[in-house]
Design a protein around this ligand. Structure first.
Ligand SMILES: [Ca+2]
Length: 271
């Protein structure tokens, strides 16, 4: 019997070759927006932490963060990003939104908190943070990356959510963008988490590889797509609260002040 088994194995292999060839010939083509397992050139990445801030102490670590955006000083007018709206206390980063036109230059009404990393990051990289969202109508909870230079303007929204706006409170929203040059790409998505993101801390994670982008909330994947190549330039990391004038109505001043809290930020690079 063993003799026949030995003879059968090569025979089965010969019979399977045309079947395998046919299957490979009909292998589906990669489609944008099709779920894909994380990979990076066929090798499973191993990760090493390269950045961590737990927001201990009493002030922002200004050796690694800006307390404003040097590239966007005018801000989302009539909102402006103001360093006093960034505080660190009790192990948390607090990003505040105040309605205070009397304190601000003419034309501005809302003072907003934002921090931006001084270092930029390119794939393959994992960027994650534990965040309790802001609940203030059309003020967003933002954890994102962007780089805007003469050649290219790209952006990844790990989370852009509005916990206090209408029925959006349970929605994760985020997106992948190329704002310039043409053709522009605006690949915005949403997913219902089943809870309001301002009620508690949740971990938002971007796994940004050279060939795919995965975003998860508490390790549940909410977005996974191929990186078709336009998201390759290094970008700094931002955390912010802001209104979207021109798209959403401005928040009612009665819902402010309010804050977004961040427990920690961690960044990993491939070893
Ligand atoms: Ca902390």
């Amino acid at each position: 019997m063993k003799k026949y088994r030995k003879a059968l194995i090569p025979l089965l292999f010969v019979l399977l070759i045309p079947v395998m060839a046919q299957c490979m010939g009909h292998r589906p083509q990669r489609q944008p927006n099709e779920p894909t397992p994380p990979s990076d050139s066929g090798t499973a990445p191993t990760w090493q932490i390269v950045f961590e801030d737990n927001f201990d102490g009493n002030s922002l670590n200004q050796s690694v963060w800006y307390d404003h955006d040097p590239q966007w000083l005018e801000g989302p007018k009539p909102g402006c990003f103001c360093p006093p709206m960034v505080t660190v206390k009790d192990g948390l980063l607090h990003l505040w939104a105040y309605y205070c036109p009397q304190w601000l230059p003419e034309g501005y009404e809302y003072a907003l908190g934002l921090i931006k990393s001084k270092q930029s990051f390119a794939p393959p990289v994992i960027i994650e943070a534990s965040i309790k969202g802001i609940n203030a109508e059309t003020i967003s909870t933002g954890f994102w990356l962007y780089e805007h230079n003469l050649q290219l303007w790209t952006e990844i929204g790990i989370v852009e959510a509005w916990a206090g706006w209408d029925d959006w409170g349970t929605l994760w929203q985020g997106g992948l963008y190329k704002h310039s040059p043409e053709p522009k790409i605006s690949d915005h998505k949403e997913a219902d988490l089943g809870y309001n993101i301002a009620d508690d801390f949740h971990t938002y994670k971007l796994e940004w590889l050279r060939d795919s982008v995965t975003i998860s909330v508490d390790d549940v994947v909410v977005r996974q797509t191929y990186n078709t190549g336009y998201l390759s330039q290094a970008m700094p990391v931002l955390l912010s609260v802001q209104p979207y004038p021109g798209w959403l109505p401005l928040p009612d001043p009665s819902c402010l002040p309010a804050e977004m809290q961040v427990d920690w930020v961690r960044i990993y690079k491939q070893q």
